[in-house]
Design a protein around this ligand. Structure first.
Ligand SMILES: [Ca+2]
Ligand SMILES: [Ca+2]
Length: 218
């Protein structure tokens, strides 16, 4: 007896049997695509995020950076065109970083200098001391943490730290879009409200390894 179902059954099996390998191929191709997309995404994300940012790269909007002045030079006379301190005493330089109207870092004072420098690290350390060490950058870096935005700036406000009353030195505003990863030097004319001659600002991505940061500071 030949019923319709007996007749159809082998045909169905053959049709389905032919389809299974095709589905398997498609499924594994899809799985491969899925995995490789994920893999590529996983590798490229930190680059987009900027953790592999190299020296001289523009700052990425929305990303957080360490920022500090590694050098501040003043003109030889104060805002009143007089000596900074009694007699021939040089200025005792300290700076603050302000971001969005808030003080986000205050430096130590460098006594009697027209050219003051800061390492950006805890007092007893040099950058080369950090190679092979297990510190996290947050433990050793002495600087501001700021988030880059193209239309925003950081202000660096400088004073001559005196015993009685500090001498104002001046303040400079630096746009994030003018900053690069690594070293940034800015020179200024003397004006009635600023005796700042030169500022060198260092910018380092916060999500870098200590090893990468040491390389960026070379
Ligand atoms: Ca003074
Ligand atoms: Ca002094």
């Amino acid at each position: 007896m030949t019923s319709m179902s007996d007749f159809d059954a082998p045909k169905k099996t053959a049709w389905f049997g032919a389809l299974v390998p095709v589905l398997l191929v498609l499924a594994s191709a899809g799985l491969y695509w899925f995995l490789s997309e994920r893999g590529e995404g996983g590798e490229s994300e930190p680059k987009v995020d900027g953790s592999a940012q190299s020296l001289g790269a523009r700052l990425v909007t929305g990303k957080t950076y360490y920022l500090f002045a590694s050098l501040i030079e003043l003109y030889p006379k104060n805002l009143e065109n007089e000596n900074w301190d009694l007699g021939d005493g040089g200025p005792d330089i300290r700076y603050r970083v302000l971001w969005q109207g808030n003080e986000v870092f205050k430096s130590k004072v460098k006594d009697d200098s027209l050219i003051a420098d800061w390492s950006g690290l805890g007092v007893e350390l040099e950058w080369s001391d950090l190679l092979g060490k297990k510190f996290s950058p947050d433990e050793v870096i002495k600087g501001a943490r700021v988030r880059s935005a193209d239309d925003q700036y950081v202000a660096i406000e400088v004073v001559d730290n005196d015993v009685a009353d500090n001498d104002e030195v001046g303040s400079v505003e630096i746009l994030f879009k003018d900053l690069r990863v690594g070293t940034n030097e800015f020179k200024y004319e003397k004006t009635s409200d600023s005796a700042i001659r030169r500022v060198v600002v260092r910018v380092l991505p916060v999500d870098s390894s200590l090893q990468d940061l040491v390389n960026l500071m070379k």
